[in-house]
Ligand binder design. Structure first.
Ligand code: FUB
Length: 359
């Protein structure tokens, strides 16, 4: 991801107002100010972003980035996201008390990784849990690693090398009904997807889009996982995202083009590919009939949240669908985000009812 300053004047006033009112002891008015946000943070501490939720063993587990104060200004794309470890959240049901589990994985325990543990995801197979995570290697190139454990909350032990042929950021696992697992990944700008060509990694390609607004947008990637869940079973493929007219979404179509934060869920036999549009700040979705795609753009799931980034997951709990997402309600700072959850509705025509994160 690539953070440019974004004016949040209308929403940014809320924390300041809250602080002032707290000092004055005006509790009912504080409640009013907080009511601007649709949902409350899952926890006040630590800062958890990019929440990937799953139900394992009848409990909800949330795998997210652990945001920390950035030691450096954001002078390079995403540099301020300097996360160093993971902590898993869990709860019995939506709305129940949230447990913050102890350290699940630390940067120093990943032999190949040097910086920036970004948005992770997890999967379960045959008695083992798998944590998939992006990190920059010692050459400054984002790769995807996998770590394994016997409990959903960790601790996890990292494989000594990143997954072969993995690159970029934001891994998301989808378990299909036939038992196959697919890993979706990719992110442009700070996520480096634009630097990967048929010839491999090219750092000269810079930190932003390729400047081809009329060409098909850079595509997210998908690969099926090998039976042992530790590697891809074949090289990753591009995921095609189409307009309703059947053409490929172009790089200049900022409202609909893929930026980062891929997620796939299945509803009524169809595959829903959802993602962040980055600099246009929505979670959008596209629908298809195969986990490989193509997916046809259908609409917006989540309107812009407070904060530059937006990242989500969609999970069914006890027959009801939920959207986990993040914003910056607690800090009003781009790099210190808090996770939230809200209900998600599939309409009878297969569309998803758009969610406004503000009341
Ligand atoms: O948390 C770091 C990055 O911010 C994630 O990888 C992106 O999806 C964005 O949320």
């Amino acid at each position: 991801m690539h953070v440019r300053p974004r004016q949040c004047a209308a929403h940014g006033v809320v924390p300041t107002l809250r602080l002032l009112l707290l000092i004055l002891g005006v509790a009912p008015v504080v409640a009013l100010a907080q009511a601007r946000f649709r949902d409350a943070p899952l926890v006040d501490s630590p800062f958890i972003a990019d929440p990937s939720a799953h139900v394992f063993d009848n409990r909800i587990y949330v795998y997210g980035s652990h945001d920390i104060q950035a030691p450096a200004a954001d002078d390079q794309p995403g540099k301020g996201f300097a996360m160093r470890d993971y902590h898993v959240l869990s709860m019995d049901r939506i709305g129940a008390a949230v447990t913050v589990h102890p350290l699940a994985l630390a940067l120093e325990d990943v032999p190949w990784a040097a910086h920036q543990l970004w948005a992770p995801d997890a999967a379960y197979k045959a008695g083992r849990y798998f944590l998939y995570f992006p990190a920059k290697d010692k050459q400054g190139v984002f790769r995807i690693g996998v770590a394994t454990g016997t409990r959903p909350e960790g601790p996890f032990t990292a494989q000594p090398q990143p997954m072969q042929q993995s690159y970029s950021i934001d891994p998301a696992v989808f378990a299909d009904d036939d038992g196959a697992h697919y890993l979706y990944f990719g992110g442009i700008h700070g996520g480096q997807l634009q630097r990967w060509t048929a010839q491999g990694y090219d750092a000269t390609l810079g930190d932003t889009d390729l400047g081809q607004p009329d060409a098909p947008a850079l595509a997210p990637r998908v690969a099926r996982l090998r039976a042992d869940m530790l590697e891809f079973d074949a090289p990753p493929r591009e995921v095609q995202l189409l307009t309703p007219e059947g053409t490929q979404i172009t790089g200049g179509d900022l409202a609909r083009r893929f930026f980062e934060a891929a997620w796939v869920h299945k509803h009524a036999g169809r595959y829903y590919f959802s993602y962040s549009t980055g600099d246009s700040h929505t979670i959008s979705y596209a629908v298809g009939d195969s986990p490989w795609g193509p997916f046809t753009w259908r609409g917006v799931i989540l309107l812009p949240v407070q904060g530059w980034t937006t990242h989500h997951s969609i999970v069914q709990v006890d027959g009801h669908w939920h959207l986990f997402y993040h914003d910056t309600q607690l800090s009003n700072r781009t790099h210190l985000r808090n996770a939230k959850v809200t209900g998600l509705v599939h309409e009878p025509d297969g569309s998803i009812r758009p969610i406004n994160p503000f009341r």
